[in-house]
Design a binder for this molecule. Structure first.
Ligand code: NAD
Length: 258
């Protein structure tokens, strides 16, 4: 049971999974600072350096005493154009904001909850795009992905983000900050509506949705419920985990791995 009021910051809190998590945390009496591109406590375009700095400065101003949690939830779908925008928002903005807010998290021994995807395991670690992301070379990653495809951009950005997390778990834990990732399956949000409506990806995604082992795609609350738990005191020993919340899809695709 959580009784104390805690302070969280998130990106992408305006709609979809982020909006549902924001609603749930606020309903528990917590303070939630939301960064988003058009509406939020802080309005910033996370695809740019200036926007990332606005986000970091804005959160600092509103949470000077520190953060109990940071959830960089903003993300773009595989159908976003140009594809480099996906790299910028789904990978580089996530790393920049986590790094930029790290000391605020240390102040309160808070935790970071990244939003990966059940598509992340679909791209190999040695993929050139994933490697360019992990090397921190935004220009190279953007040039590479603009010549590739939306699936690689999306799943590759999530793969790289999740690997970035795994590589930093020990370092962050040493200063009292847990870092974890939730990996949702197909969830009925405006992002998924965009993908379902797409000529290239729509029918394949709908077919994948029909194959989810539990029999249906997720609603935002299915994901937010688990995220809220991962951010809670009850999850204080959860550190470095990638938690698939995907109705069994990852197990279906990778039965011999975990
Ligand atoms: P959504 O499109 O409904 O919401 C995404 C939010 O991010 C929006 O509020 C949007 O304004 C914000 N955003 C996008 N670009 C931004 C930018 N440049 N600057 C600031 N804010 C920006 O999407 P969702 O489905 O709720 O997805 C939330 C997260 O969950 C994303 O990271 C997504 O990749 C991930 N995810 C979603 C699914 C799914 O099926 N919906 C599955 C796995 C992972």
């Amino acid at each position: 049971m959580e009784m104390t009021m805690r302070t969280f910051a998130m990106t992408g809190g305006a709609r979809g999974i982020g909006a549902e998590l924001r609603r749930q945390l606020q309903a528990q009496g917590h303070k939630v600072i939301s960064v988003d591109i058009k509406q939020g406590d802080i309005v910033a375009d996370l695809s740019t350096d200036a926007g990332r700095q606005t986000a970091i400065d804005g959160v600092r101003g509103l949470a000077p005493d520190g953060l109990d949690g940071f959830i960089p939830c903003a993300g773009l779908p595989p159908v976003a154009k140009p594809l480099s925008l996906i790299a910028r928002v789904n990978y580089f903005a996530v790393v920049a904001t986590v790094v930029g807010l790290r000391d605020l998290l240390e102040k309160k021994k808070g935790s970071v909850l990244l939003v990966s995807s059940n598509s992340a395991p679909m791209i190999a670690t040695d993929d050139a795009f994933v490697q360019a992301c992990l090397a921190g070379d935004e220009d190279a990653a953007c040039a590479e992905i603009d010549a590739r495809d939306g699936h690689t951009a999306y799943a590759g950005s999530k793969r790289a983000m999740t690997l970035w997390m795994r590589r930093h778990v020990v370092e962050y834990a040493t200063t009292g900050v847990r870092v974890n990732a939730v990996a949702p399956g197909i969830t009925m949000t405006p992002l998924t509506d965009q993908v379902f409506a797409d000529e290239t990806y729509g029918s394949a995604m709908k077919e994948f949705g029909d194959m989810v082992p539990v029999g249906n795609t997720a609603q935002p609350e299915d994901i937010a419920n688990v995220m809220r738990f991962m951010l809670s005191e009850e999850a204080s020993y959860v550190c470095g985990s990638v938690f698939f919340v995907d109705g069994g899809s990852d197990a279906m695709l990778r039965a011999d791995d975990f």
